[in-house]
Design a protein around this ligand. Structure first.
Ligand SMILES: C[S@@+](CC[C@H](N)C(=O)[O-])C[C@H]1O[C@@H](n2cnc3c(N)ncnc32)[C@H](O)[C@@H]1O
Length: 309
């Protein structure tokens, strides 16, 4: 999951335990932006290890829990009541969140870039005899018609590994008026205070805050924005901000994902951000969304669906 799981620390551990089978890139994959190709390679390579290693904390009673400290949704109430809602999880991995939401009465689609990750989702769906839709796709070009969902969400998913200047307007496009976008990802603070090639945190600021956007790690690319840029992007895309929950682990909380250095740091400064925004209206969002898309250099809006099942 989490940037460091895959990113740095965890990636290094994953490398030792996972076969280095590299999927051959098709022509359409080669045309994707470099960060998409790089992150796809990472998730193809570490998927088996990731699913095995974290199944215990991602599934069962913790299926509906947020971030590296697995803070229960029953405590945060970030998603609201899912019953009867059309829900899209962007970067669903093994789709444990999605399957749990279906059990609560939602109609859910899980989307992921990685076929290996979707294979785990497909296996778990079969085991649960669930109806969950699974779609292979990229968070930056969602293969759905406008106004298809009431809720779009991710837990260290597509809003971490893909460019928010593209993903946030895309989420606005596929949401109905009044629908909500909720996602957990890194905080900007963490990016400023972490060594890029290790799991170590520092109390110093290691990089510029202004201009923060594409974050290069040895094996993957993440994205992050200054707080003001996030808010501008949400507003331009037609959202109002309802909440930003900054996760602070308690003294006894332990994470399976984060190193001791990260955990100690996170008790003092925000390491993970849980954004909750609501689409105001279709009309208001269209103009701003176009402006945000122009800034990201997006021209075409044609979509096709590639259902895995
Ligand atoms: C850290 S995992 C989280 C998955 C899920 N929340 C979980 O905990 O099992 C991140 C997922 O995002 C997916 N992903 C990365 N880039 C993506 C993109 N551009 N579009 C859609 N999914 C993406 C990866 O394939 C991976 O399955």
């Amino acid at each position: 999951m989490y940037p460091r799981v895959s990113p740095h620390g965890m990636t290094r551990r994953a490398r030792t335990g996972t076969p280095r089978s590299r999927p051959r890139a098709s022509r359409s994959v080669r045309r994707r932006p470099s960060h998409i190709r790089q992150n796809l390679r990472l998730w193809q390579r570490q998927s088996a290890w990731y699913d095995r290693h974290f199944a215990g904390v991602l599934g069962g009673r913790q299926a509906m829990a947020w971030g590296g400290w697995r803070v229960p949704e029953s405590r945060l109430h970030a998603l609201g009541n899912p019953r009867g809602r059309d829900v899209l999880e962007v970067g669903c991995g093994g789709a444990r969140w999605s399957l749990a939401l279906e059990k609560k009465g939602a109609r859910v689609v899980g989307l992921d870039l990685s076929p290996a990750q979707l294979a785990h989702a497909s296996r778990l769906r079969r085991r649960a005899a669930a109806r969950l839709g699974l779609v292979r796709g990229n968070a930056e070009r969602l293969p759905f018609a406008p106004s298809s969902f009431d809720l779009v969400f991710a837990d260290w998913g597509g809003f971490t590994f893909a460019d928010p200047l593209r993903t946030v307007p895309e989420a606005a496009r596929v949401l109905r008026a009044g629908g909500r976008l909720v996602f957990l990802t890194s905080s900007p603070f963490r990016v400023l205070s972490q060594y890029r090639n290790s799991e170590r945190m520092t109390r110093r600021l290691l990089s510029d805050y202004f201009g923060m956007h594409r974050i290069e790690y040895p094996e993957e690319v993440n994205f992050q924005l200054p707080y003001g840029e996030w808010i501008r992007l949400f507003v331009e895309s037609g959202f109002v901000v309802e909440a930003l929950v900054e996760i602070q682990p308690g003294p006894k909380d332990r994470s399976r994902y984060w190193s001791a250095s990260e955990e100690a740091w996170a008790r003092h400064w925000p390491f993970e951000s849980l954004w909750q925004v609501r689409k105001v209206s279709a009309e208001r969002s269209t103009g701003g969304r176009r402006r945000a898309q122009r800034r990201a250099g997006i021209r075409s809006a044609t979509r096709s669906t590639n259902h895995v099942g």
